[in-house]
Design a protein around this ligand. Structure first.
Ligand SMILES: Cc1cc2nc3c(=O)[nH]c(=O)nc-3n(C[C@H](O)[C@H](O)[C@H](O)COP(=O)(O)OP(=O)(O)OC[C@H]3O[C@@H](n4cnc5c(N)ncnc54)[C@H](O)[C@@H]3O)c2cc1C
Length: 540
């Protein structure tokens, strides 16, 4: 039954399909770079357990006759659906920690199937975890929901993967929640249109998952959060459906769409939605600029953002991040700026962005003029290659005892510099205290707004020498806790686009106003009276 596609088998130990990943040379090069550049050495040469070596508990629940055709307790399905893609998930898989594996996986094809699952799960007191692509990096689909339930059922949405309607006049499409990125784009392509939402996890994540987590796409400015692209949503809850009206805009009270976005499966399952589309871009330009000072690069980002140019890409990557990824020697920060349009040439906008960069000390890394291959050249090209491979790095690092994780946030420009120092220092101090090593802490901007950037931090550190994965999990938790405390203490958000899940819940509770938390709790009681939907997520 598995949620594999095109006869390919999804990995349970990492990103993508079983046959995808770093080549032996690429893996060696990754390890060499962090060893030579930062002194981070493997503490072991382990391997993820094979499927045969994984022991799953006997399922505690069995699908009733009316659901048996869409449910399975197959081992591979249960293993793949028990974890997402976070660092602790990776360590627990390495440890063979499947004590809390999901009991059943359901593959609904209709809203009626989902309603039937709710009815049955409610009667059995089984937890229901909506599952899109399982790309959550915050424990959003991790099946460890505590001991108050008689079972856990993962509801995999990938059988509901169609673009049901396209409205070419208004440029919008009705898309089912389980459509993965490539599937939905393939169905839009014949219409000459695109959703143009490309999170790094695009290949395996789903439209419903994006809406449920308020994902951020690849584009750095303007229409980048899925929020900006949603026209209406349909959510199936245990007590009925919430279907909002298709409107380009509305001032009629609080928005039902905005209310459901970001609920991460805790209030219902987003089965479909109308989304705004765009023409496929034909005019494109990319340039790269080097800066000796990361804060000069940040100033350039602010100038471009506030000039109202809205480039498709406006990333800065600090020297450490370039070095970790073999795209620089640590002596410069890189800015990548791109414009694209389906309608008009973009040279005027690019020329103005270039002025902003040169004005604050930027030096051209890759020139955009008459250069359609600019994104493949210089440090820009080297960074792009590393970026494409990044999702596969962790499956090389966890078995070698190297902790590697990312966290992202946002803050306003007025406090950016002090915020950056506070977060970086807290992370570095935590790594030093926990591992006795400096590790490597790096930063880039994933998104930029006129009033502030979204800094995206990454860290690498050697886990306990010779120890087992349990200690590594504790080390990760301590570092993560201290970074997260620093984000909240310094006025940032616990997440800009990676969502809350189970891993960020404690800090989300500190970030949101207490009364708002009560309102969410009341909504949960109203929509999910038996409390079976994704327990521990969004509503504690
Ligand atoms: C390599 C990698 C790169 C990533 N890059 C990005 C990025 O660029 N931008 C970004 O925003 N995120 C990124 N992420 C995080 C993740 O991909 C996003 O959170 C994504 O939106 C999750 O989609 P999904 O379909 O995989 O959802 P899942 O991971 O399956 O689920 C995420 C949460 O949403 C709930 N859920 C899923 N589907 C539904 C539904 N139909 N209705 C209601 N609830 C549902 C789940 O219960 C869970 O709580 C990345 C993750 C990885 C592993």
């Amino acid at each position: 039954m598995a949620n594999d596609t095109a006869n390919k088998t999804l990995k349970y130990w990492g990103w993508g399909y079983a046959e995808d990943g770093l080549s032996a040379d690429q893996a060696k090069s990754l390890l060499n770079t962090i060893s030579e550049g930062f002194g981070i050495e493997p503490s072991r040469d382990g391997a993820f357990p094979t499927m045969d070596a994984i022991t799953l508990p006997t399922p505690r629940i069995e699908a009733p006759a009316n659901l048996s055709k869409i449910c399975t307790s197959d081992t591979h399905d249960r293993v793949v659906h028990s974890f997402g893609q976070s660092q602790p998930d990776s360590i627990r898989i390495y440890n063979g920690d499947f004590e809390h594996a999901v009991d059943l996986v359901a593959y609904p094809k209709t809203s009626a199937d989902i309603a039937a699952i709710y009815d049955w799960a409610g009667n059995k007191n089984a937890a229901v975890i909506p599952f899109g692509g399982g790309s959550s990096v915050v424990g959003g689909v991790t099946s460890d929901v505590g001991c108050n339930f008689n079972g856990v059922i993962s509801v995999d949405m990938t059988r509901m993967n169609k673009v049901l309607e396209v409205d070419p006049i208004s440029r919008a499409a009705r898309i089912q929640g389980g459509a993965r990125g490539p599937e939905l784009e393939a169905q839009l392509k014949p219409h000459g249109l695109t959703l143009r939402h490309f999170p790094q996890s695009f290949e395996h994540s789903t439209f419903g998952g994006w809406v449920a987590t308020r994902s951020g796409g690849h584009f750095a400015t303007l229409y980048t959060h899925i929020d900006d692209l949603v026209e209406s949503t349909t959510t199936v809850t245990p007590v009925g459906n919430i279907v909002s009206r298709r409107l380009p805009g509305s001032g009629a009270g609080p928005s039902p769409d905005r209310f459901m976005m970001g609920t991460e499966g805790a209030l219902g399952i987003i089965t479909e939605g109308w989304a705004r589309l765009q023409g496929r871009p034909t005019y494109k330009a990319t340039a790269g600029f080097r800066f000796t000072d990361f804060f000069d690069a940040a100033r350039a980002v602010r100038m471009v953002s506030q000039a109202g140019l809205f480039p498709a890409n406006l990333r800065i990557v600090d020297g450490t991040e370039l070095k970790v990824n073999g795209a620089g020697d640590g002596s410069f920060a890189l800015m990548v700026v791109s414009f694209e349009s389906a309608d008009h040439p973009v040279d005027t906008w690019m020329a103005r962005a270039e002025e902003c960069c040169l004005d604050v000390g930027g030096v051209i890394d890759v020139d955009w003029r008459n250069n359609p291959e600019a994104n493949l050249q210089g440090a820009v090209g080297a960074w792009r290659t590393a970026f494409i491979r990044m999702p596969y790095n962790r499956e090389q690092l966890t078995p070698r005892g190297i902790i590697s994780d990312t966290f992202e946030t946002s803050t306003t420009w007025d406090v950016f510099e002090s915020f950056y120092h506070a977060i970086k220092d807290a992370t570095q101090a935590a790594i030093r205290d926990v591992t006795g090593h400096d590790g490597a802490v790096s930063c880039r901007f994933s998104h930029a707004y006129p009033d502030g950037p979204a800094p995206y931090f990454a860290f690498h550190a050697p886990g306990n020498p010779g120890g087992d994965g349990t200690v590594m999990l504790e080390q990760w938790q301590e570092i993560k806790t201290r970074c997260s405390d620093a984000l909240i203490a310094n006025g940032g958000t616990i997440t800009h686009h990676h969502a809350v899940g189970r891993d960020h819940h404690k800090w989300y509770e500190q970030q949101r106003p207490a009364l708002f938390g009560n309102i969410l709790g009341d909504a949960k009681k109203r929509l999910d009276p038996k409390g079976i939907l994704n327990p521990g997520v969004i509503v504690g």
